[in-house]
Design a protein around this ligand. Structure first.
Ligand code: DGL
Length: 248
């Protein structure tokens, strides 16, 4: 687990391409309710998974600048795609502590009794081979690009069929499946239906650890807001949550 120790008051900034990183926010609010959270989803530029490294670096920097303007003390990259492609670059460019979403999960996989590991993630994450290159066990990596548009509600494909198509071949091969994109915990029930109960699903958010206390507020910003997005956010975080659109 990753632990950040610091002052009593902690403003935690998180960013993703859209609603996926809200799964990370939700896990952190539950485990560390005292902290202040500032979330940014770059819905204007979604999806990130099909973008190249240079474009991802440019957008990630812009997202971090937005959060720095909100006076955050710590940044969590609540996006597997940016974590796998830009972490070193971002750490070189900013002095603020930055936690990525993937390293804590890799640590968990290396330190525990998993033998055969499946990873489903965006094309950009899979092409980086960050899991295969850092885990000394059998790792099957699968790019699942049709899922983010489905989860954001902007694709009309059949979710269950798409999941089956991607994961069917893994069923007899793995004992654990990493949800390698932060959008995927939002469809974990559907994934479970295809894989059955014997394969454990790992939500990367669960392995991030912050050791701080603050006063407990949540601010959520997106670069493009419509009714569908607001409904999606409420489904994840509850009806009382408010979102703001920013000029990006
Ligand atoms: N939720 C992000 C990830 O974890 C990005 C998905 C996308 O925009 O393609 O990779």
């Amino acid at each position: 687990m990753y632990t950040i120790r610091g002052s009593e008051m902690m403003r935690v900034g998180l960013f993703d391409s859209g609603i996926g990183g809200l799964t990370v926010l939700k896990s952190l609010i539950k485990r560390y309710p005292e902290n202040d959270y500032i979330y940014f989803g770059d819905t204007l530029n979604l999806p990130y998974g099909s973008k190249n490294k240079e474009e991802l670096k440019r957008l990630a920097k812009k997202n971090i600048e937005f959060l720095l303007d909100k006076n955050v003390d710590l940044i969590i990259i609540a996006c597997g795609t940016v974590s796998s492609n830009c972490l070193d670059y971002l750490k070189e460019n900013y002095s603020i502590p930055i936690i990525d979403i993937i390293s804590p999960t890799i640590k968990e996989l290396n330190n525990n009794e998993y033998n055969s590991i499946g990873v489903m993630a965006t094309e950009a994450t899979i092409n980086s081979h960050i899991f295969k290159n850092n885990i000394n066990k059998t790792v099957y990596e699968i790019a699942t690009p049709k899922l983010v548009p489905l989860i954001e509600g902007v694709s009309t494909d059949n979710l269950n069929e798409v999941i089956r198509e991607y994961l069917e071949d893994l069923i007899d091969k793995i004992d654990v499946l990493v949800l390698g994109c932060t959008h995927y915990p939002l469809i974990s029930l559907e994934i479970k239906k295809v894989l059955g109960n014997d394969i454990k699903l790992l939500n990367m958010a669960d392995y991030i650890c912050i050791d701080n206390n603050g006063k407990g507020t949540v601010e959520i910003y997106f670069s493009k807001v419509d009714e569908l997005l607001i409904n999606n956010v409420k489904k994840i975080l509850g009806n009382t949550i408010k979102v703001k659109e920013i000029e990006y």
